[in-house]
Design a protein around this ligand. Sequence first.
Ligand code: AMP
Length: 368
Amino acid sequence: MNFKSLGMSEPLVQILKKSGIKTPTAIQQECIPLIIADKDVIAQAQTGTGKTLAFLLPLFERISPESTKTEALIITPTRELALQITEQAEQLAKAKKLNVLAAYGGRNIGSQLNKLKKNIHLIIATPGRLLDHLERKTIDLNHVKTVVIDEADQMLLMGFKNEVDQILRATPRNRQTLCFSATMAPNVKKLAYYYTYSPVVVNIEPKKVTLDTIRQEVVETTDRQKFDRLAQALQEDNPFLAIIFVRTKRRANELFAKMKKQKFNVQVIHSDIAQNKRERILKSFREADLQYLIATDVASRGLDISGVTHIYNYDVPETPETYIHRIGRTGRAGEDGYTCMFVAPKDNLEFNMIERKLRRNLPRRTFK
Ligand code: AMP
Protein backbone atom coordinates (compact mmCIF):
# COMPACT_ATOMS: atom_id res chain seq x y z
CA MET A 1 0.00 0.00 0.00
CA ASN A 2 1.38 3.42 -0.93
CA PHE A 3 0.04 6.93 -1.44
CA LYS A 4 -0.17 6.50 -5.18
CA SER A 5 -2.48 3.50 -4.90
CA LEU A 6 -4.69 5.61 -2.60
CA GLY A 7 -5.17 8.03 -5.47
CA MET A 8 -2.58 10.68 -4.66
CA SER A 9 -0.98 12.44 -7.60
CA GLU A 10 2.75 12.51 -8.21
CA PRO A 11 3.63 16.03 -6.91
CA LEU A 12 2.04 15.29 -3.53
CA VAL A 13 3.67 11.86 -3.36
CA GLN A 14 7.04 13.50 -4.02
CA ILE A 15 6.57 16.16 -1.34
CA LEU A 16 5.66 13.47 1.19
CA LYS A 17 8.68 11.45 0.18
CA LYS A 18 10.93 14.42 0.86
CA SER A 19 9.66 14.48 4.46
CA GLY A 20 10.28 10.75 4.73
CA ILE A 21 6.61 9.86 4.52
CA LYS A 22 6.20 6.85 2.24
CA THR A 23 3.69 4.43 3.71
CA PRO A 24 0.18 5.57 4.62
CA THR A 25 -0.86 4.97 8.21
CA ALA A 26 -4.01 3.00 9.05
CA ILE A 27 -6.20 6.08 9.30
CA GLN A 28 -4.84 7.42 6.02
CA GLN A 29 -5.53 4.11 4.28
CA GLU A 30 -9.11 4.14 5.50
CA CYS A 31 -9.96 7.82 5.17
CA ILE A 32 -8.30 8.99 1.97
CA PRO A 33 -10.39 6.88 -0.47
CA LEU A 34 -13.60 7.71 1.43
CA ILE A 35 -12.92 11.43 1.37
CA ILE A 36 -12.01 11.37 -2.31
CA ALA A 37 -15.30 9.51 -2.95
CA ASP A 38 -17.12 12.42 -1.28
CA LYS A 39 -18.36 10.41 1.72
CA ASP A 40 -19.02 11.96 5.10
CA VAL A 41 -16.71 10.42 7.68
CA ILE A 42 -16.68 10.14 11.45
CA ALA A 43 -13.24 9.06 12.51
CA GLN A 44 -12.01 8.23 15.93
CA ALA A 45 -8.28 8.69 15.96
CA GLN A 46 -5.78 10.31 18.25
CA THR A 47 -2.91 12.63 17.48
CA GLY A 48 0.11 10.70 16.32
CA THR A 49 -1.89 8.39 14.05
CA GLY A 50 -1.36 10.63 11.03
CA LYS A 51 -4.91 11.95 11.09
CA THR A 52 -4.00 15.43 9.87
CA LEU A 53 -2.65 14.17 6.58
CA ALA A 54 -5.60 11.76 6.39
CA PHE A 55 -7.83 14.78 5.72
CA LEU A 56 -5.32 17.26 4.25
CA LEU A 57 -4.13 14.99 1.47
CA PRO A 58 -7.53 14.27 -0.12
CA LEU A 59 -8.47 17.94 0.28
CA PHE A 60 -5.34 18.96 -1.58
CA GLU A 61 -6.06 16.34 -4.20
CA ARG A 62 -9.57 17.59 -4.76
CA ILE A 63 -9.27 21.37 -4.67
CA SER A 64 -8.52 22.98 -8.00
CA PRO A 65 -5.92 25.80 -7.92
CA GLU A 66 -8.02 27.59 -10.54
CA SER A 67 -10.96 27.88 -8.20
CA THR A 68 -11.71 31.42 -7.05
CA LYS A 69 -13.79 30.29 -4.06
CA THR A 70 -13.00 28.85 -0.67
CA GLU A 71 -13.66 25.14 -1.08
CA ALA A 72 -12.52 23.65 2.18
CA LEU A 73 -12.66 24.62 5.82
CA ILE A 74 -10.92 23.01 8.78
CA ILE A 75 -12.03 24.02 12.27
CA THR A 76 -9.96 23.05 15.24
CA PRO A 77 -10.32 24.02 18.91
CA THR A 78 -6.93 25.48 19.77
CA ARG A 79 -4.43 27.80 18.18
CA GLU A 80 -1.63 25.29 18.56
CA LEU A 81 -3.56 22.70 16.59
CA ALA A 82 -4.43 25.29 13.96
CA LEU A 83 -0.77 26.15 13.68
CA GLN A 84 0.28 22.51 13.34
CA ILE A 85 -2.28 21.85 10.63
CA THR A 86 -1.23 25.04 8.84
CA GLU A 87 2.42 23.98 8.89
CA GLN A 88 1.55 20.65 7.28
CA ALA A 89 -0.77 22.34 4.77
CA GLU A 90 1.92 24.85 3.77
CA GLN A 91 4.28 21.97 3.19
CA LEU A 92 1.77 20.35 0.82
CA ALA A 93 1.08 23.68 -0.86
CA LYS A 94 4.60 23.47 -2.27
CA ALA A 95 3.40 20.61 -4.47
CA LYS A 96 0.13 22.16 -5.42
CA LYS A 97 -0.29 25.90 -5.43
CA LEU A 98 -3.26 26.32 -3.17
CA ASN A 99 -3.69 29.38 -1.00
CA VAL A 100 -4.10 28.50 2.64
CA LEU A 101 -5.39 30.95 5.22
CA ALA A 102 -4.77 30.37 8.90
CA ALA A 103 -7.39 32.26 10.90
CA TYR A 104 -6.89 31.93 14.59
CA GLY A 105 -6.72 34.31 17.50
CA GLY A 106 -3.41 35.97 18.18
CA ARG A 107 -2.52 36.24 14.50
CA ASN A 108 -2.55 39.72 13.13
CA ILE A 109 -6.03 40.23 11.68
CA GLY A 110 -4.75 42.90 9.28
CA SER A 111 -2.37 40.50 7.54
CA GLN A 112 -5.16 37.93 7.44
CA LEU A 113 -7.39 40.48 5.74
CA ASN A 114 -4.68 41.32 3.24
CA LYS A 115 -4.30 37.69 2.39
CA LEU A 116 -8.04 37.51 1.87
CA LYS A 117 -7.71 39.73 -1.16
CA LYS A 118 -6.30 36.68 -2.93
CA ASN A 119 -8.35 33.59 -3.66
CA ILE A 120 -8.28 31.45 -0.58
CA HIS A 121 -8.80 27.76 -1.29
CA LEU A 122 -8.48 26.37 2.18
CA ILE A 123 -9.14 27.95 5.57
CA ILE A 124 -7.79 26.57 8.83
CA ALA A 125 -9.44 28.28 11.77
CA THR A 126 -10.38 28.30 15.40
CA PRO A 127 -14.11 28.94 15.97
CA GLY A 128 -13.87 32.38 17.59
CA ARG A 129 -11.68 33.98 14.99
CA LEU A 130 -13.64 32.45 12.14
CA LEU A 131 -16.90 33.88 13.49
CA ASP A 132 -15.18 37.23 13.70
CA HIS A 133 -14.43 37.05 10.01
CA LEU A 134 -17.94 35.87 9.20
CA GLU A 135 -19.38 38.83 11.05
CA ARG A 136 -17.08 41.26 9.26
CA LYS A 137 -18.03 39.48 6.03
CA THR A 138 -14.35 39.06 5.21
CA ILE A 139 -14.81 35.33 4.69
CA ASP A 140 -17.47 33.71 2.55
CA LEU A 141 -18.27 30.07 3.21
CA ASN A 142 -21.08 29.77 0.69
CA HIS A 143 -19.06 27.65 -1.73
CA VAL A 144 -17.37 25.37 0.77
CA LYS A 145 -17.49 21.76 -0.37
CA THR A 146 -15.81 20.10 2.58
CA VAL A 147 -15.74 20.93 6.28
CA VAL A 148 -13.39 19.17 8.67
CA ILE A 149 -14.19 19.32 12.37
CA ASP A 150 -10.95 18.39 14.07
CA GLU A 151 -10.82 17.24 17.71
CA ALA A 152 -14.60 17.34 18.08
CA ASP A 153 -14.42 16.11 21.67
CA GLN A 154 -12.13 18.94 22.67
CA MET A 155 -14.35 21.37 20.81
CA LEU A 156 -17.26 20.33 23.04
CA LEU A 157 -15.14 20.36 26.17
CA MET A 158 -14.06 23.91 25.48
CA GLY A 159 -17.66 25.00 24.99
CA PHE A 160 -17.51 25.71 21.27
CA LYS A 161 -20.72 23.90 20.31
CA ASN A 162 -22.72 27.04 19.52
CA GLU A 163 -19.86 28.53 17.56
CA VAL A 164 -19.48 25.38 15.48
CA ASP A 165 -23.25 25.29 14.85
CA GLN A 166 -23.15 28.88 13.69
CA ILE A 167 -20.20 28.26 11.39
CA LEU A 168 -21.80 25.19 9.83
CA ARG A 169 -24.96 27.16 9.17
CA ALA A 170 -22.86 29.50 7.02
CA THR A 171 -21.81 26.58 4.79
CA PRO A 172 -23.92 24.84 2.12
CA ARG A 173 -26.23 22.08 3.26
CA ASN A 174 -24.93 19.62 0.71
CA ARG A 175 -21.35 19.95 1.91
CA GLN A 176 -19.17 16.99 2.80
CA THR A 177 -18.48 16.83 6.54
CA LEU A 178 -15.58 15.04 8.20
CA CYS A 179 -15.57 14.77 11.95
CA PHE A 180 -12.42 13.69 13.79
CA SER A 181 -12.26 13.00 17.49
CA ALA A 182 -9.83 11.30 19.84
CA THR A 183 -12.65 9.97 21.99
CA MET A 184 -16.28 9.10 21.26
CA ALA A 185 -18.24 9.64 24.46
CA PRO A 186 -22.03 9.59 23.81
CA ASN A 187 -22.29 13.40 23.60
CA VAL A 188 -19.47 13.57 21.05
CA LYS A 189 -20.99 10.78 19.00
CA LYS A 190 -24.38 12.46 19.00
CA LEU A 191 -22.87 15.68 17.75
CA ALA A 192 -20.81 13.91 15.08
CA TYR A 193 -23.93 12.23 13.71
CA TYR A 194 -25.80 15.51 13.85
CA TYR A 195 -23.24 17.29 11.71
CA THR A 196 -22.75 14.52 9.14
CA TYR A 197 -25.00 12.85 6.59
CA SER A 198 -24.97 9.03 6.40
CA PRO A 199 -21.36 8.92 7.54
CA VAL A 200 -18.87 6.10 7.29
CA VAL A 201 -17.42 5.44 10.72
CA VAL A 202 -13.70 4.79 10.98
CA ASN A 203 -12.19 3.70 14.23
CA ILE A 204 -8.45 3.50 14.61
CA GLU A 205 -7.34 1.88 17.83
CA PRO A 206 -4.67 3.95 19.54
CA LYS A 207 -1.34 2.38 18.84
CA LYS A 208 -0.81 -0.16 21.60
CA VAL A 209 2.87 -0.20 20.78
CA THR A 210 3.11 3.34 22.02
CA LEU A 211 2.28 2.37 25.57
CA ASP A 212 4.37 -0.77 25.33
CA THR A 213 7.47 1.12 24.34
CA ILE A 214 7.12 3.61 27.18
CA ARG A 215 8.84 2.75 30.42
CA GLN A 216 6.56 3.99 33.18
CA GLU A 217 7.57 4.65 36.76
CA VAL A 218 6.17 6.26 39.87
CA VAL A 219 7.73 8.32 42.64
CA GLU A 220 5.82 8.26 45.91
CA THR A 221 6.36 11.58 47.57
CA THR A 222 4.66 14.40 49.44
CA ASP A 223 3.69 17.84 48.21
CA ARG A 224 6.56 19.35 50.21
CA GLN A 225 9.21 17.06 48.79
CA LYS A 226 7.89 16.91 45.28
CA PHE A 227 10.04 19.60 43.76
CA ASP A 228 13.28 18.18 45.16
CA ARG A 229 12.36 14.73 43.89
CA LEU A 230 11.65 16.14 40.43
CA ALA A 231 14.91 18.07 40.37
CA GLN A 232 16.76 14.92 41.40
CA ALA A 233 15.08 12.85 38.70
CA LEU A 234 15.86 15.46 36.03
CA GLN A 235 19.49 15.62 37.08
CA GLU A 236 19.81 11.84 36.94
CA ASP A 237 17.97 11.49 33.62
CA ASN A 238 19.30 14.56 31.80
CA PRO A 239 16.59 14.05 29.15
CA PHE A 240 16.98 15.17 25.55
CA LEU A 241 13.49 16.73 25.41
CA ALA A 242 11.07 16.56 28.31
CA ILE A 243 7.56 17.78 29.00
CA ILE A 244 6.51 18.31 32.60
CA PHE A 245 2.77 18.25 33.15
CA VAL A 246 0.97 20.18 35.87
CA ARG A 247 -2.71 20.64 36.56
CA THR A 248 -3.17 24.40 36.67
CA LYS A 249 -1.72 27.60 35.27
CA ARG A 250 -0.74 28.68 38.76
CA ARG A 251 1.11 25.44 39.42
CA ALA A 252 2.77 25.84 36.03
CA ASN A 253 4.02 29.33 36.89
CA GLU A 254 5.22 28.26 40.32
CA LEU A 255 7.15 25.31 38.97
CA PHE A 256 8.60 27.48 36.22
CA ALA A 257 9.93 29.98 38.77
CA LYS A 258 11.50 27.21 40.86
CA MET A 259 13.14 25.51 37.91
CA LYS A 260 14.44 28.80 36.51
CA LYS A 261 16.01 29.54 39.85
CA GLN A 262 17.88 26.25 39.62
CA LYS A 263 19.05 27.14 36.09
CA PHE A 264 17.11 24.51 34.20
CA ASN A 265 16.67 25.32 30.49
CA VAL A 266 12.91 25.58 30.80
CA GLN A 267 9.85 27.38 29.47
CA VAL A 268 6.17 27.18 30.24
CA ILE A 269 3.01 27.14 28.10
CA HIS A 270 -0.54 27.61 29.25
CA SER A 271 -3.54 29.49 27.94
CA ASP A 272 -2.61 32.83 29.57
CA ILE A 273 0.67 33.05 27.69
CA ALA A 274 0.41 35.19 24.57
CA GLN A 275 -0.06 33.29 21.37
CA ASN A 276 3.08 34.50 19.59
CA LYS A 277 5.14 33.71 22.67
CA ARG A 278 3.68 30.19 22.82
CA GLU A 279 4.56 29.69 19.17
CA ARG A 280 8.13 30.85 19.79
CA ILE A 281 8.46 28.53 22.77
CA LEU A 282 7.14 25.53 20.87
CA LYS A 283 9.47 26.26 17.99
CA SER A 284 12.53 26.35 20.19
CA PHE A 285 11.34 23.18 21.92
CA ARG A 286 10.88 21.39 18.60
CA GLU A 287 14.32 22.51 17.57
CA ALA A 288 15.69 21.24 20.89
CA ASP A 289 17.07 24.64 21.94
CA LEU A 290 14.89 24.17 24.98
CA GLN A 291 15.24 21.08 27.13
CA TYR A 292 12.19 21.32 29.37
CA LEU A 293 8.66 22.42 28.68
CA ILE A 294 6.14 22.83 31.49
CA ALA A 295 2.59 22.46 30.22
CA THR A 296 -1.01 22.27 31.33
CA ASP A 297 -3.28 19.72 29.67
CA VAL A 298 -5.30 22.20 27.64
CA ALA A 299 -2.21 23.96 26.28
CA SER A 300 -0.58 20.71 25.30
CA ARG A 301 -3.51 18.84 23.92
CA GLY A 302 -2.86 17.36 20.51
CA LEU A 303 0.63 18.77 20.26
CA ASP A 304 2.79 16.64 18.09
CA ILE A 305 6.35 17.13 19.15
CA SER A 306 8.50 14.40 17.82
CA GLY A 307 11.58 13.55 19.76
CA VAL A 308 10.12 13.98 23.24
CA THR A 309 12.04 11.42 25.24
CA HIS A 310 10.70 12.02 28.75
CA ILE A 311 7.34 12.93 30.25
CA TYR A 312 7.12 13.91 33.90
CA ASN A 313 3.73 13.97 35.54
CA TYR A 314 4.53 16.47 38.25
CA ASP A 315 0.83 16.46 39.10
CA VAL A 316 -1.20 13.28 38.82
CA PRO A 317 -3.72 13.72 35.99
CA GLU A 318 -7.39 13.79 36.93
CA THR A 319 -8.38 10.86 34.74
CA PRO A 320 -6.68 7.78 33.29
CA GLU A 321 -7.48 9.10 29.81
CA THR A 322 -5.50 12.25 30.50
CA TYR A 323 -2.62 10.12 31.73
CA ILE A 324 -2.61 8.18 28.48
CA HIS A 325 -2.85 11.38 26.44
CA ARG A 326 0.02 12.93 28.32
CA ILE A 327 2.39 10.01 28.08
CA GLY A 328 1.43 9.43 24.44
CA ARG A 329 3.67 12.40 23.59
CA THR A 330 6.70 10.21 24.04
CA GLY A 331 7.70 6.90 22.52
CA ARG A 332 6.23 7.82 19.16
CA ALA A 333 6.74 5.69 16.07
CA GLY A 334 8.50 2.84 17.76
CA GLU A 335 10.98 4.99 19.65
CA ASP A 336 11.42 4.34 23.34
CA GLY A 337 10.08 6.78 25.85
CA TYR A 338 10.20 7.21 29.58
CA THR A 339 7.62 8.60 31.93
CA CYS A 340 7.56 9.19 35.63
CA MET A 341 4.66 10.31 37.84
CA PHE A 342 4.92 12.00 41.22
CA VAL A 343 2.25 10.73 43.57
CA ALA A 344 1.40 12.36 46.90
CA PRO A 345 -0.89 10.65 49.45
CA LYS A 346 -3.82 12.85 48.43
CA ASP A 347 -3.54 11.59 44.83
CA ASN A 348 -4.27 7.99 45.73
CA LEU A 349 -7.76 7.89 44.28
CA GLU A 350 -6.72 9.13 40.84
CA PHE A 351 -3.56 7.06 40.94
CA ASN A 352 -5.52 3.86 41.63
CA MET A 353 -7.82 4.61 38.74
CA ILE A 354 -4.84 4.95 36.43
CA GLU A 355 -3.34 1.64 37.54
CA ARG A 356 -6.72 -0.06 37.13
CA LYS A 357 -7.07 1.31 33.62
CA LEU A 358 -3.57 0.15 32.70
CA ARG A 359 -4.29 -3.21 34.36
CA ARG A 360 -0.96 -3.24 36.08
CA ASN A 361 0.95 -1.77 38.95
CA LEU A 362 3.52 0.78 37.96
CA PRO A 363 7.01 0.16 39.32
CA ARG A 364 8.42 2.60 41.90
CA ARG A 365 11.44 4.52 40.80
CA THR A 366 14.65 4.04 42.75
CA PHE A 367 17.04 6.95 42.99
CA LYS A 368 20.79 6.63 42.82
P1 AMP B 1 -0.96 13.58 13.38
O1 AMP B 1 -1.56 12.32 13.94
O2 AMP B 1 -1.69 14.09 12.23
O3 AMP B 1 -0.79 14.61 14.46
O4 AMP B 1 0.50 13.24 12.80
C1 AMP B 1 1.56 12.90 13.63
C2 AMP B 1 2.92 12.95 12.90
O5 AMP B 1 3.05 11.83 12.04
C3 AMP B 1 3.15 14.18 12.06
O6 AMP B 1 4.39 14.73 12.43
C4 AMP B 1 3.21 13.68 10.63
O7 AMP B 1 4.15 14.39 9.86
C5 AMP B 1 3.61 12.23 10.79
N1 AMP B 1 3.03 11.36 9.76
C6 AMP B 1 1.79 11.46 9.24
N2 AMP B 1 1.57 10.49 8.34
C7 AMP B 1 2.70 9.75 8.29
C8 AMP B 1 3.10 8.60 7.53
N3 AMP B 1 2.27 8.01 6.66
N4 AMP B 1 4.35 8.11 7.73
C9 AMP B 1 5.17 8.71 8.62
N5 AMP B 1 4.88 9.80 9.36
C10 AMP B 1 3.64 10.32 9.20
